[in-house]
Write a protein that binds this ligand. Structure first.
Ligand SMILES: *[C@@H]1O[C@H](CO)[C@@H](O)[C@H](O)[C@H]1NC(C)=O
Ligand SMILES: *[C@@H]1O[C@H](CO)[C@@H](O)[C@H](O)[C@H]1NC(C)=O
Ligand SMILES: *[C@@H]1O[C@H](CO)[C@@H](O)[C@H](O)[C@H]1NC(C)=O
Length: 504
């Protein structure tokens, strides 16, 4: 409240003249941003427009050739504008756009400095059945890397890969792939990393044993909250510069309500209230794909016999009703594979085979907006068709998914014949273009140790690094009001601020 009042009263001080300037400037910015939105939409027109009555894509492509040019003329020197934006190439011909905004990520490469707590091993590698020797908290990764349990556990294993990468950054002569390095003095750090393997803790230890009151997963979370909130690092920033991993949607269910000022690394926001987690504060990380990568993919449009592939649970809670609807719409279509059964039950091989031999792979919201199916599809070079209105995607600030995914609104997808006509309308050329892009981007979703340039581990660190300036601003802002000025809780300042009559 106090903040809002002070900014409102400072507005009053601004003279009308400067307000006019501000207004002109903002309008100019607005027009320019439209110009960029329209310009950047020169994507292949692989979709039959008649099929997309209410789609944003339709709107943008439709206007591409008319409105853009009008704006061009009115904005002045567009080549300068374009150069500043780092976009090359002409207007008419199709330029091979860079899929990842390299200027942002690799160009001015700044290494993220990370302080990692030496948490007790019960929070991390002991969950992998590793036993600490003596005083050491961390495994000696030069001799043996503790194994992570396979199967579906792997989907949410980012905690493991990120922690290993930090440990590796300390080894002498470590490779140059590092977007993040571990620092030993938290005063030197950009962010503070909390190495709790929360997804594994949920997957393995959320059962309450008969003689216990609480599950081990819940106990660990309680302990973690107690530990963190007592640390000088936490107190210094109110937790705002802490990185907390909660990739499994059910992990950290207890602790997240206490640790919310921190940056969470999540798979989606499906089970989070927006004040606890949101796109602005947090980072979305990919799932680790569970099916095999398609190495030396020599397939093509004709050699992938299945048009559209979906395998998964069909009846889901919450947002998953669309799966059922789509099942009834698609089950009788020829060359569509739509079937029950989770990948879990020995189906990984058949799912690999299925996705490797399909042109398009469906990703429908389940009980959460995201699933590893998208990343399985990418690894299979099977063009993802995403039907999940609330999905948030990894590194979307530097990656244009529309170049290799098809997004369909749920409300459209469940119209009779809509989806199947849409998919059938995508021809060989457009499909091949997306298939090639998939091979260009697949590495961005690959988790591995040692991590390599541009893989998922590095991309996540870079996504975190891009949030650091806003974290720093939040911390400085939080220091505005000195704790030495007495402040009662009920003290809310002015209850209303008079608005000037001649505001505009
Ligand atoms: C536009 O920019 C180019 C350089 O990119 C410059 O040569 C030209 O004079 C500029 N035109 C105007 C109208 O400013
Ligand atoms: C960490 O860095 C700060 C500031 O540079 C310094 O004052 C402090 O002594 C350092 N702490 C340790 C343990 O080296
Ligand atoms: C606060 O502002 C200073 C500049 O005065 C800046 O160097 C610093 O990074 C900001 N953030 C924090 C957390 O200190």
């Amino acid at each position: 409240m106090a903040e809002r009042n002070s900014s409102a009263s400072s507005l009053v001080v601004i003279s009308r003249k400067s307000f006019f300037c501000l207004f002109t400037f903002t309008s100019l910015l607005f027009i320019m941003s439209w110009f960029f939105v329209l310009r950047s939409s020169g994507r292949p027109q692989f979709i039959d427009h008649r099929l997309l009555p209410s789609s944003k894509q339709f709107f943008v492509t439709e206007n591409d050739n008319t409105k853009t040019r009008v704006l061009d003329n009115s904005v002045g020197n567009r080549s300068i504008l374009r150069d500043n934006k780092g976009e090359g190439g002409g207007e008419e011909e199709e330029t091979p756009e860079k899929l990842v905004d390299v200027k942002c990520s690799a160009g001015n490469k700044q290494v993220l400095k990370v302080f990692m707590y030496d948490l007790h091993p019960e929070f991390h590698f002991e969950l992998l059945d590793w036993k600490a020797l003596g005083e050491s908290v961390w495994p000696d990764i030069r001799t043996k890397i503790p194994d992570y349990p396979g199967g579906l556990n792997l989907q949410h294993s980012i905690e493991y890969w990120l922690t290993l990468d930090l440990l590796a950054s300390e080894l002498p002569g470590s490779t140059s792939a590092h977007s993040a390095i571990r620092v030993s003095n938290s005063s030197d750090a950009d962010v503070i990393f909390v190495p709790f393997f929360s997804s594994l803790s949920y997957n393995r230890f959320s059962k309450v044993n008969p003689h216990q009151k609480k599950s081990r997963n819940n106990l660990l979370q309680e302990k973690l909250v107690k530990f963190l909130t007592a640390q000088p690092e936490w107190k210094r920033s109110g937790g705002r510069d802490h990185i907390v991993l909660a990739h499994h949607p059910n992990s950290m269910l207890k602790a997240r309500m206490k640790l919310w000022p921190a940056m969470f690394i999540l798979s989606d926001f499906g089970r989070y209230p927006p004040n606890i987690a949101n796109v602005e504060k947090d980072v979305i990380a990919p799932y680790k794909h569970v099916i095999r990568s398609y190495l030396n993919d020599k397939s093509n449009f004709e050699s992938r016999p299945t048009l559209l592939y979906f395998q998964g649970a069909i009846y889901r809670k919450d947002g998953g009703y669309a799966r059922q609807e789509l099942f009834y719409l698609l089950k009788d279509e020829k060359d569509v594979h739509f079937s029950f059964g989770s990948v879990q039950k020995g189906g990984i091989n058949s799912a690999s085979q299925g996705m490797h031999s399909s042109k398009f792979c469906l990703n429908i919201a389940g009980d959460t907006p995201s699933s590893n199916r998208l990343f399985d599809a990418i690894a299979s070079h099977c063009v993802p068709v995403i039907i999940s209105d609330d999905i948030e995607l990894p590194y979307e600030d530097v990656l244009d998914y529309s170049q290799f995914c098809i997004f369909v609104r749920t409300s459209d997808a469940i119209k009779k014949n809509f989806l199947i006509n849409l998919v059938r309308s995508i021809g060989k050329d457009e499909w091949t273009r997306m298939w090639k892009k998939l091979q260009e981007v697949e590495n961005l979703f690959e988790f591995q140790y040692p991590s390599k340039e541009g893989d998922a581990v590095q991309m996540i660190w870079q996504a975190i690094a891009r949030k650091v300036p806003s974290i720093k601003m939040k911390i400085n802002k939080s220091r505005r009001y000195s704790p030495f000025i007495p402040h009662k809780d009920g003290d809310r300042g002015l209850s209303s601020v008079p608005t000037p009559n001649n505001f505009w």
